[in-house]
Design a protein around this ligand. Structure first.
Ligand SMILES: Nc1ncnc2c1ncn2[C@@H]1O[C@H](COP(=O)(O)OP(=O)(O)OP(=O)(O)O)[C@@H](O)[C@H]1O
Ligand SMILES: [Mg+2]
Length: 149
């Protein structure tokens, strides 16, 4: 199942992230799809804020993984630099662990990610406009399906 949401401003991106924050739980996996600059990190930042993260979530340029503390741990992974590298990064313990895991560029990490996930795709439609597609894969995420789709 998929839902398309049309966003007209940065503020609306924040509102969507705040809505999602009401339903996410530790152990959830969110994958973020979209071109460079689509808004994946921006959405993650707002989601983190809504979950009580005080530090600003930014792009982990030199690190693959950054951990933040909010209501529960939030693991932000940017797999962009892992293209072509298939090695055991020991992420299994993190994904589906004690926190919420958010992965940008999941295609480069697909070999160690569970299929069940919340997939969010962001496409730029204008300067501040975005088309956001939310797809829910797996029974684990039934609450998201009921409340967001
Ligand atoms: N409605 C919007 N939602 C999200 N970002 C927006 C919106 N309008 C403008 N922006 C701007 O677009 C940029 C998105 O950059 P961001 O780093 O979030 O992209 P990204 O998808 O994470 O890119 P990358 O693949 O390089 O990590 C930011 O500068 C942000 O302020
Ligand atoms: Mg990013």
């Amino acid at each position: 199942m998929q839902k398309k949401i049309q966003i007209h401003s940065l503020e609306e991106t924040k509102q969507l992230a705040e809505k999602l924050a009401l339903f996410v739980k530790p152990g959830y996996l969110i994958t973020m799809l979209g071109d460079l600059g689509a808004g994946k990190t921006t959405f993650t930042k707002y989601l983190g804020q809504a979950l009580g993260v005080k530090k600003t979530i930014n792009s982990p340029t030199f690190t693959i993984l950054k951990e933040y503390q909010g209501k529960f741990p939030i693991y932000h992974i940017d797999a962009y630099r892992l293209e072509g590298m298939e090695q055991d990064l020991g992420l299994e313990d993190i994904v589906e662990g004690d926190g919420l895991c958010i992965v940008e560029w999941p295609s480069f990490l697909e070999y160690c990610l569970p299929k069940e996930r919340i997939e969010i795709e962001i496409r730029r439609s204008s300067e501040e406009g975005r088309d956001v597609y939310i797809r829910v894969i797996g029974d684990k995420y039934a609450a998201i399906e009921e409340n967001m789709l």
